[in-house]
Design a protein around this ligand. Structure first.
Ligand code: MN
Length: 248
């Protein structure tokens, strides 16, 4: 399969996996930056992720303009994706979701931080963006470039951010990394709620987070991706497994 077609097929798979793992429901989306044009990205037309086919994928400029809409309606919140790509040259895939597990943290200001090694990719502390602080009473959706830029600025150089009363954004260097961190962000939020019901939580230190990420290579993402593909009923397109843990 040509490189671009393979990447778009992987984006379809990412949609199906995020739906299968409960990170997205009828809402939420995942995009990938164009491999040859840093000023463009691919994102589905407005549709529930578990239904998405290759023909639903649309190409956008970073300001959210569709290259060839062909009658397809885009997501109202596509501005999240373009703004993150504009602010972060290191990011090649973005997930936006409303996972119920993360919502309590965004509305209380309770700190959300990794409590287990697999969740280190969410960053030592996940910040929260509140649309109301700069945009007042809205329907909470990120529907303009200005809102997208404000959210991307709050994300800064981090892998993830919560959105108060709404959901989260997770960024990755690849589709597999962004999906991995989105799934483990959801798991961490769920586990942290349970742990804090029992007592005070010992979070991973910044040094432990750094140590985990230092030993994380393609091997980690491939091992997870293959399983998630099987669970989502999608073919597994293997990538080379490198990194310090390869073969373990
Ligand atoms: Mn949303």
């Amino acid at each position: 399969m040509p490189a671009l077609a393979s990447l778009l097929d992987e984006l379809v798979t990412a949609n199906r996996i995020l739906a299968r793992e409960g990170v997205v429901d009828a809402f939420g989306h995942v995009s990938v930056r164009h491999p040859d044009r840093t000023d463009r990205y691919f994102l589905s037309r407005a549709r529930a992720p578990e239904l998405i086919e290759a023909g639903d994928l649309m190409e956008f400029t970073l300001d959210g303009t569709a290259i060839d809409p062909a009658g397809r309606a885009p997501y109202a919140e596509r501005f999240i994706h373009g703004a993150v790509y504009a602010a972060r040259p290191d990011v090649h895939s973005v997930v936006h979701h409303h996972s119920p597990a993360v919502i309590p943290f965004g509305v209380t200001g309770a700190p959300l931080s990794p409590i287990m090694h697999m969740c280190a990719g969410i960053g030592a502390r996940v910040p929260t963006w509140d649309s109301r602080t700069s945009f007042g009473d809205t329907n909470l959706l990120v529907t303009t470039e200005e809102m997208g830029r404000h959210l991307a600025a709050a994300l800064g150089g981090r892998p993830a951010i919560l959105m108060r009363g709404h959901g989260a954004v997770v960024a990755g260097a690849s589709i597999r990394e962004a999906v991995f961190n989105a799934i483990y962000l959801q798991l961490n939020a769920s586990l942290q709620m349970k742990a804090q019901a029992l007592g005070d939580v010992t979070f991973l230190s910044e040094g432990e987070v750094a140590a985990v990420l230092k030993t994380r290579g393609a091997y980690t993402f491939e091992r997870a991706w293959e399983r998630w593909c099987r669970r989502a009923g999608r073919p597994y397109d293997a990538r080379p497994m490198d990194g310090p843990l390869a073969g373990r």
